[in-house]
Design a protein around this ligand. Structure first.
Ligand code: PRP
Length: 211
């Protein structure tokens, strides 16, 4: 899988994290014209030495774990959920939000003796949070707009990402507990870190200088 002659490959989480990373690479001095004008292309040159691969967050981790991409930019939320084998080297500081436990406003989540049902897109994060609390819960996996679950009485609460809090507020929900802060992270394949150490360290140094 490793080929030291190819450009250093960086997998970017499509969307907001992609745009922020491209802005950062631009600032460092890489020519990002091809990524900015990508159309429907998924692999684009960045400057003379980098190649950007555009992927969904979970796939960024998969590509970096398998070494087909050397580096990745992905949210801490996905890292916490997927628990992969790679180095997490830089907190990029953008894409800031948090994991929270939330539910209908004004309700005491902890009252009563029934096992609570939690809806989430992040079952591993939710499971590990409640395990640490020593609380037995039932977890239901939802694919999107998790806020619907308590509104439809499918769950007592949700574990989800909160950024501005607008989605919760507009749906009569509130944060019960903060679980963990989230931001974009730079991850590196473990073998690439050995084989392409100098290039990767140089890129990281440039990134850290420009954060
Ligand atoms: C995320 C998250 C919340 C919302 C929080 O959803 O799951 O629904 O953003 O943002 P806010 O606090 O600023 O309102 P996303 O937009 O990714 O959509 P999805 O739930 O359909 O995946």
């Amino acid at each position: 899988m490793q080929n030291e002659n190819r450009r250093l490959r960086i997998a970017l989480t499509k969307g907001r994290l992609e745009n922020k990373t491209v802005d950062l690479l631009d600032k460092i001095g890489y020519d990002c014209t091809a990524v900015r004008d990508k159309g429907r292309k998924l692999i684009l040159p960045v400057g003379d030495t980098l190649e950007a691969v555009l992927a969904k967050a979970n796939d960024v981790i998969t590509y970096v774990e398998h070494g087909v991409c050397d580096i990745g930019v992905v949210g801490k939320d996905t890292i916490m959920e997927m628990n992969g084998k790679f180095f997490e080297l830089v907190d990029l500081g953008f894409g800031k939000c948090r994991f929270a436990l939330a539910g209908p406003k004004g309700r005491d989540f902890y009252s009563g003796h029934n096992v609570k049902t939690i809806a989430t897109k992040y079952p591993n994060v939710a499971r590990s949070y409640f395990e640490k609390q020593g609380m037995d819960v039932e977890i239901v996996k939802i694919e999107g707009s998790v806020e619907l679950a308590p509104l439809l009485d499918l769950s007592d609460a949700i574990v989800d990402i909160v950024e501005t809090g607008t989605t919760l507020k507009e749906n009569g929900l509130e944060v019960y507990e903060d679980i963990a802060p989230i931001s974009a992270r730079l991850i590196v394949n473990t073998v690439s870190m050995k084989l392409r150490k100098a290039e990767i360290e140089e890129l990281i140094a440039q990134i850290e200088k420009n954060l």
